[in-house]
Write a protein that binds this ligand. Structure first.
Ligand code: DQA
Length: 139
């Protein structure tokens, strides 16, 4: 089984950025834990701060990967184009957020991606990614 994680803008700063919201673990360190935990599957990781690059990655893996876990960061709330890319591919996509976006500013309460996703997981810290992977593995 082959799962692609895609992180969007500013998520390269996890562990450094707004630690009270996003915690003090870098994504690379967390990814090591995920790969150890799910040793029998392949977890590929991609991060970009650029909207079009995220779309290109969705197109690249969206007909071959078994599942995609996407945290599109702020593009979640603004990007019709990423929403359309998710609608256009075959692989099931789960939207994740580290923070509980519903407890935060109102502009974070809406997602332009969610209607095209299998589901949304938000508010469990980095564990949101694990929960998404568990779901993709268990169908
Ligand atoms: C986020 C929530 C977004 O609103 C924000 O822009 C992010 C991170 C999260 O994981 O909680 O960059 O997607």
């Amino acid at each position: 089984m082959n799962i692609q994680i895609i992180n969007g803008p500013n998520l390269n700063l996890l562990g450094v950025r707004e630690k009270s919201i996003y915690g003090d673990t870098s994504f690379e360190a967390y990814l090591e834990q995920l790969r150890t935990r799910f040793a029998n599957i392949t977890i590929n990781y991609y991060q970009s701060n650029v909207e079009g690059e995220i779309i290109n990655k969705l197109h690249e893996v969206g007909f071959s990967a078994d599942g995609i876990v996407i945290n599109a960061g702020a593009y979640t709330h603004t990007s019709v184009a990423i929403g359309d890319a998710i609608a256009g591919i075959n692989t099931p996509v789960i939207e994740v957020h580290i923070s509980n976006v519903y407890k935060r500013e109102e502009f974070r309460h809406s997602s332009l991606l969610a209607r095209n996703c299998k589901g949304v997981i938000a508010g469990f810290g980095m564990d949101s990614y694990r929960l998404a992977i568990e779901n993709l593995i268990n169908g």
